[in-house]
Design a protein around this ligand. Structure first.
Ligand code: ADP
Ligand code: MG
Length: 995
């Protein structure tokens, strides 16, 4: 309930005790209306459930709802019939005390539906085991059978129960249903013989006629036309939309099998029903004040069906035997009396058959196992207060019953209230409420009550009539404040009462009863002759329900009212011994319409059901009470001292909390285990504060939860990481170990290989030697000489010496080859010259080694000399077909006196030219044919001697020229330029010295 406290403005309060203006009927109805419009058909008054018939399927009884309400605290969920059923069931099981659920309300208010829902809930929510499923099935199947025989279509309800029903379900200590027992009250038997317009007889008549197969119908002498039977056609509505009698008949038949009916019993049952129908068609005419049977065929059908002598029945229907002082006189009946007798017989047969049926059901439902601890759950589905335009004996009984139930309610509620106060150590405060005991006494008190007076009148010899009964009432209870009749009323009230009426001021309102028929109905007379005839029947049911000893018994049977009073007091005993739960049913309108809420009609019911009275009793003390733990748990967030957790006792916590909330001393009381709050507004204020606070709390909870879940996730991940790391470390350590072992092996074998490296190849050193070789090759690859002049070569281990030599040689060759390939043609030509020079000069001229590294050039002139030579010699003097091969600066020594003269030596392809070094004028030209030889010294100098033939010696300019080349190397290069010409001669030692 707390969860929906804040929705109270829209959908009303879920518990009437929280209504601020609880004495006001309008606000009560207003709350019901608000809730009804929102499809909330249930509301509590404390633990009493008020239910408004929705006349439509709200889908709130499905399996999910059963699960939803199962094992949940009563106040935690919105009001529901399942909540009542669940709480009662759990209390019964856990505390081992019997429970009962009392359902009351007007016809059509939803009592029977509620009781069915409870039964279904108990079946669904209780212990499941194969052996109890059959019991559950029987309990559930007893309903359609009882409804077929005890329910009828009325103007208020198409399936109106025309009897009161109390059902006990027996449970084992495990909560498994073991069996059941049904008590029935006041079957409306007058319906068998009379139906008001628009209404019908009990369903079974229609079901039989419409649903039985042809064979059965024939056997029962019936036709498939309900209109043919007087007991079925008076209301003029034999067929009703929405009721499928034929289908229902099959349901009943299959249910009968489940509840252990034999074929014989089933046949007897339908035969009895058929015989009542035939009885109804027995018409009478009258002759001289004597009734004569008009429909003999119907009588004979009855006799055939029930198995009794036809004459006997005919006599009994038209005559009456009166016994007085040992004599018996047979007197004929007039038509009215005969009809009365016939109807009385029909009613008696049907009523006794109903009782037999209930007994049979009880036999089938009975739990024969006596062992083990058992508890009971009672279900009372009984008519609520009835106030019609004309109220008769039946309404009197029904209203009396409701007075008794109200009395029980008051006693139990007040008792429990008082006990709770006592338990909680709270001072008892006088509660203002109306105690209806005074009305119960008015009706039932021995010798002084209405029932006693009625019985007296029924038993009294002489001419007792309904009016004499009224007289007697006036004299006996006339002074009672709750009794009124025309004679006793003041003038104003007189107008509202006729002389045949009396009025009782019931707790739920004033009801005016017509005395007509009171005596007859109370006497419930069935002529002896008819009873006797019934004892002679062979039908299984009538035979057992009309025992022979009833005829011989001298004891007068109890009157109907006394029987009812006794059964009620028995019922009260039963209910008193149990913990009661109440369901008060209300119908929202008289037209079976959904979504129509008629304030007047609901208002009446609220009054008749005594709901305001209920509420007043409930609210007399405190509107709200909850165990400290529950209150603290919900509202602790409203006080810093109790939030988030209070360390002390819950009671201290609540005290701190209410002080903080500013409750005034009169607003609440602290019991031993519960807090009592007097007014709803105090609670609402607290609840409103809570609703506001809830958002803050939600944020905190959210944050905490997020933190918690992240932390959890983190820890999970951390554990996982540690685990993985652990496994990885183990794996890698193992790998390392393997590697090291392998390494040790390798190293050991290497050492062994090293030690034996110089031995012939064997297993031990084979690998080592291979490695040494490989390693040598690798090292060698990096340290190979890069050029041809590099003479180094890496050291080779012993095993590779041979290879080393081979490789060295190969490498050298390769370098040479590479070098040769890389040199240009020009350089090659030079080198060729160097080779020639080598042949010429090696070991012959001292300066030769110094010149080796320097390359030969073709021109050694300065740039000025060159340009001068170009203009003065090349372009003018030198023949074009000659190509200059070499030119250099020389010093020419004269043959005589060795005078030094500066000259430029030019060698062409054909001749030698000597030019003046100043102007490059030609001084000499010498063809190579004329050159006899060249001479150089073996010393370190640059002297070159050109030898010419004798003829040319005359030429001053030629002859034996001695030229001094400035550098020794020039001499060589010049000689080289001449090389393919005359032979080079080295001057003999003596000549050399003359230079
Ligand atoms: N809770 C409910 N939900 C839907 N319809 C209901 C409910 N209670 C009663 N009814 C409707 O009202 C009709 C009369 O209900 P019923 O229980 O037979 O009334 P009562 O036993 O009080 O005379 C039912 O046949 C059904 O159509
Ligand atoms: Mg009913």
């Amino acid at each position: 309930m707390e969860n929906a406290l804040h929705a109270r403005d829209r959908a009303g309060v879920q518990d009437f005790v929280l209504l601020e203006d609880y004495r006001n009927e309008e606000s009560f109805i207003g709350n019901l209306r608000k809730r009804f419009k929102e499809n909330h058909i249930y509301t509590y008054i404390g633990s009493v459930l008020v239910s408004v018939n929705p006349y439509k399927d709200l889908g709130i009884y499905k399996k999910e709802f059963v699960e939803h309400y199962r094992n949940v605290n009563f106040y935690e969920l919105p009001p529901h019939v399942f909540a009542i059923a669940d709480t009662a069931y759990r209390l019964m099981r856990e505390e081992c005390c019997d429970q009962c659920i009392l359902i009351s309300g007007e016809s059509g208010a939803g009592k029977t539906e509620a009781s069915k829902k409870i039964l279904h809930y108990l079946a669904a929510a209780s212990y499941h085991a194969k052996q109890v499923e059959h019991v559950k099935d029987k309990l559930l199947k007893s309903n359609p059978v009882l409804e077929a025989f005890g329910n009828a279509k009325t103007n208020r309800n198409d399936n109106s129960s025309r009897f009161g029903k109390y059902m006990d379900i027996e449970f084992s200590f495990l909560g498994a249903p073991l069996g059941g027992h049904i008590l029935n009250y006041l079957l409306e038997k007058s319906r068998v013989v009379h139906q008001n317009p628009g209404e019908r007889n009990f369903h079974i008549f229609y079901q039989l006629v419409m649903g039985a197969d042809d064979e059965l119908l024939q056997k029962l002498f019936l036709r498939r036309e309900p209109e043919l039977y007087y007991y079925m056609n008076q209301g003029g509505s034999t067929r009703v939309n929405g009721i499928d009698d034929a289908a229902q008949f099959q349901v009943v038949k299959s249910a009968l099998t489940v509840i252990d009916f034999t074929e014989e019993e089933e046949e007897a049952l339908f035969t009895t029903v058929a015989s009542v129908l035939h009885l109804g068609n027995v018409g009478f005419t009258e002759n001289n004040g004597q009734a004569i049977i008009a429909q003999e065929k119907s009588v004979s059908s009855v006799c055939k069906l029930l198995g009794c002598p036809e004459d006997m029945l005919k006599d009994a229907l038209t005559h009456r035997t009166i016994e007085a002082r040992g004599d018996s006189v047979v007197s004929p009946l007039n038509r009215d009396q005969a009809i009365y007798a016939r109807d009385a017989l029909s009613k008696a047969v049907y009523e006794r058959q109903f009782k037999w049926l209930v007994k049979k059901l009880n036999d089938s439902l009975e739990n024969k196992d006596e062992s083990g601890r058992k508890t009971l759950m009672g279900l009372l589905d009984i008519y609520g207060f009835e106030i019609f335009k004309n109220n008769s004996f039946e309404q009197f009984c029904i209203n009396y019953c409701n007075e008794k139930l109200q009395q029980l309610f008051i006693q139990l509620t007040l008792k429990s209230e008082q006990e709770e106060y006592k338990r909680e150590g709270i001072e008892w405060e006088t509660i203002e409420y109306f105690n209806n005991k005074i009305i119960c006494d008015l009706i039932e008190e021995q010798h002084k009550g209405v029932i006693s007076v009625l019985d007296e009148e029924c038993l009294r010899p002489g001419d007792a009539t309904d009016l004499t009964f009224l007289d007697k009432l006036e004299t006996t209870v006339g002074s009672h404040p709750h009794f009124l009749s025309h004679k006793l009323a003041d003038n104003k009230t007189k107008k509202t009462l006729s002389r045949e009426e009396f009025r009782l001021k019931h707790y739920a309102g004033d009801v005016t009863y017509k005395v007509e028929g009171f005596l007859d109905k109370n006497n419930d007379l069935l002529y002896r002759d008819l009873k006797r005839t019934m004892t002679k029947t062979s039908n299984l049911i009538t035979k057992s329900t009309f025992p022979e000893d009833e005829l011989t018994s001298k004891k007068r049977p109890d009157t109907a009212a006394t029987q009812f009073k006794k059964s009620l007091s028995q019922l009260m005993q039963i209910l008193m011994s149990k913990e009661p739960w109440y369901i008060r049913c209300i119908k929202p309108n008289d037209n079976k319409q959904s979504a129509v809420f008629d304030d007047t009609i609901v208002g009446h019911q609220v009054k008749y059901l005594g709901l305001m009275e209920n509420l007043r009793v409930r609210r007399a003390g405190f509107a709200y009470r909850r165990p400290y733990e529950v209150f603290l748990k919900r509202y602790k967030c409203l006080c810093p001292g109790t939030w988030p957790n209070y360390q002390g006792s819950a009671k201290d916590g609540v005290e701190k909390l209410v002080n903080h909330l500013g409750y005034r001393p009169d607003d609440y009381r602290m019991g031993k285990t519960k807090l009592f709050i007097r007014l709803p507004r105090t609670l609402f204020k607290t609840e409103d504060d809570f609703q506001h606070k809830k958002h803050d709390l939600a944020t905190i909870i959210q944050a905490k939860f997020r933190c918690y879940s992240q932390k959890k996730k983190f820890l999970q991940m951390k554990t996982a990481a540690t685990l993985i790391a652990c496994y990885w470390r183990r794996y890698s350590a193992k790998k390392l170990l393997e590697k090291r072992r392998w390494a040790v092996k390798v190293i050991r074998s290497f050492i062994r290989g090293f030690i034996t490296r110089n031995e012939a190849e064997n297993e031990d050193n084979k690998r080592f030697v291979q490695c040494v070789k490989a390693e040598y090759l690798r090292r060698l690859a990096h340290k190979l000489p890069k050029n041809i002049l590099d003479k180094s070569w890496p050291h080779a281990p012993g095993s590779c010496l041979k290879a080393s030599d081979l490789l060295h040689d190969m490498h050298k060759k390769w370098l040479v080859r590479k070098y040769c390939k890389s040199i240009s043609a020009e350089r090659k030509a030079q080198l060729d010259q160097k080779v020639v020079a080598h042949d010429l000069f090696k070991n012959k001229k001292q300066s030769y080694p110094k010149s080796i590294a320097r390359p030969f050039v073709e021109n050694r002139l300065t740039s000025e000399q060159n340009s001068l030579k170009s203009s003065a010699f090349d372009k003018t003097t030198k023949p074009e077909d000659e190509k200059t091969l070499y030119c250099t600066q020389v010093t020419k020594f004269d043959r005589h006196g060795y005078k030094a003269r500066g000259r430029i030596l030019v060698l062409t392809t054909k001749a030698i030219y000597l030019l003046d070094d100043k102007d490059c004028k030609l001084k000499h030209r010498l063809n190579y044919q004329n050159l006899m030889g060249l001479s150089v010294s073996g010393l370190t100098d640059g002297i070159l001697v050109l030898r010419i033939c004798k003829e040319l010696k005359k030429d001053k300019c030629l002859g034996k020229n001695i030229k001094h080349l400035d550098e020794e190397e020039r001499a060589e290069s010049t000689c080289l330029a001449f090389h393919d010409k005359p032979d080079l001669q080295f001057a003999p030692e003596e000549e050399r010295s003359t230079f």
